[in-house]
Design a protein around this ligand. Sequence first.
Ligand code: BGC
Length: 739
Amino acid sequence: MIRSAGILTFFLCAIRLSGGPRDGSIEQRVDALLARMTLDEKIGQMSQSTAMNTLTDSIKQEIRQGRWGSFLNAGSPADRAEAQRIARHESRLGIPLIFGRDVIHGYRTIFPIPLGQAASWDPALIERAARTAATEASTEGIRWAFAPMVDIARDPRWGRIAESPGEDPYLAGVFGAAIVRGFQGRSLLDNSSVAACVKHFAGYGAAEAGRDYNSAWIPEILLRDVYLPPFQASLAAGAATLMTAFNTLNGVPATGNPFLLRTILRGEWKFQGTVVSDYEAVTEMVPHGYAADNRDAAREALSAGVDMEMVSAAYHDYLKSLLAAGQVTLPQIDDAVRNILRLKFRLGLFDQKIPAPAQASVTPQSRALAQQLATESAVLLKNAGNLLPLSASVHSVAVIGPLANSPIDQMGTWVMDGRPEDVQTPLAALRRMLGEARVRYAPGLKNSRSVDRSGFAAALDAARAADVVLLFLGEEQILSGEARSRAFLNLPGAQTQLVDEIAALKKPTVAIIQAGRPLTFDRTASQVGAVLWAWHPGTMGGPAIADLLFGRAVPSGKLTVTFPRTVGQVPIYYAHLNTGRPASAAELGIPMGTPAEPAGYTSKYIDVDFTPEYPFGFGLSYTTFEYSNLRLNHPELPTGGAISLSADIRNTGSRAADEVVQLYVHPVTASVAQPVRLLKGFRRISLHPGETQTVTFNVTAADLAYHDQQMHLVAEPGRYQVWIAPDSARGLEGAFTLR
Ligand code: BGC
């Protein structure tokens, strides 16, 4: 059964109008309302505040006066309902507020971090998770979610890699579109839908050296081939809004960047939705060294096309005088206000009854979904001697490590509304599954960064007394996410030492690693029999992990980001160029040669293997899959036509399991050198033992297109290598010619 298909979509021509189609009656209402608005009311709509922690009398008064168009992260459901009532019924024009919030990987029910969700390669499931988040958020009066984040991240030092779908533009686009569909549902008018906000436009993930907020230098061709496609795909799925990024892109702040916002977003992509800045990103153009002062920053942001300013008050403080001085124009302001009013009309905020304040809660359905996504996102990285799955008859297990029973760390970064009491930790789940008596728990370390070894003795005792040791290692929640860049990618604190001592006992040992980014842990991996990479798995991570460990579920996640051997290899990603001197398989390891015969002059390191620790797309299973019989329906792909590529995938083991089958291509010659492989499609399939399925991908010339030196999107004639593969480093290889 094919459960989810990566549909090959590429945008050879201008995409269809994004940000939603224009609705004539809405446009009339927008224009009619705009005609009645004062300049102050217009500027109010363009201002978003974070000040409504509680709904004070002064904020109520400001709402009556039309001072704010939107609040973020504001108040309780009751405060939001009351604020909305005041806006609708006590302000001069009755313009509703819109409440925005960071609903990043769940609202009350927390799903795996986005980097984990992406590892499921299951867009249909990701869409359902986003729908659940939308339902929960909208129950509490939130109709605008600041997600999906589709920043391509190729540097695990960057803490926000946790929030991203990883390193690949195609996959990130599929992921972003799934979230947009989930958030926005069939119609924004449905009051359980929330407007999506695709962010951070653009280049934020390319922060220099992985330091958050840092400069991004991205040649236009790379921008168009790698960093922009996920935005374009998310907008094509209908994302109603977009957030600008904090960073400079090639020296120009993204928030004052006419090339990004006017030429590309509004011009080429015809986006008609709302553009919001990131948090104080408008006034940050001053420290960037771009705007002279906040007044100048307001002018730059509006001229570039930022409709709404998040948190800082440059629009409020200066747009009036800028207009009077002729430094901005009324049409510029009116356009921005139109984009904001249109969103509010599309969401039905003007017309719907204000919902009574209510509290979202975790339900059996949301728990089941969270568990399924946590299960599918876990990646089995090592399984020597088939140590996993553990037999149900294992007499006792030792549960050790700082992450085994920490609810908050299961949830990961950006969980404003997740609650520790909703979380089922791995320890709790294992106790429930095996019974208290069979589980010996000793954390060893208080948290992931702790260097206090006073808990080691108890951990060693627990390990000695058990048949199997389960080590829950990794990074705490607060080590990943915004402003959480790391210069080292090792297991923090004294975790490695803890593993050293446990490993010396020579017990069967499994490491379950929970983290918001790829880590370097080769020493630990070599000391344990199995490694299950669980990310920060969310509310139901514990039961998902317990089921995976004991074979009630089979691992099927695959990495969407390359794991380096050492931080010194960063950036390392699968879709690199070949170079003129590629290292070869013969040079694996650390070939030094001798003074007389030095090792090859190829692109590699002399102190570490040139390959990654785990490649993009990689993940093991409890069964094995055999790929065979790659075939093409034709050796040539005619322009305007399609070619079918098929392979047979057989489950050669003894367990039913899912496999993520990946399609990669490489143009052998191109007017601009192309990556050694590029993902162009994937399928997650379920196979019974012994079952074979044929997986077919249809590829058109548009799917093969990239930008040439003149920035035209072109599908160039020539020979293309193609792989149907279990990951980016292996697979069946074929070739065809594009005529
Ligand atoms: C982040 C955004 C987020 C915003 C609002 C900023 O610091 O960069 O991603 O949506 O805050 O909380």
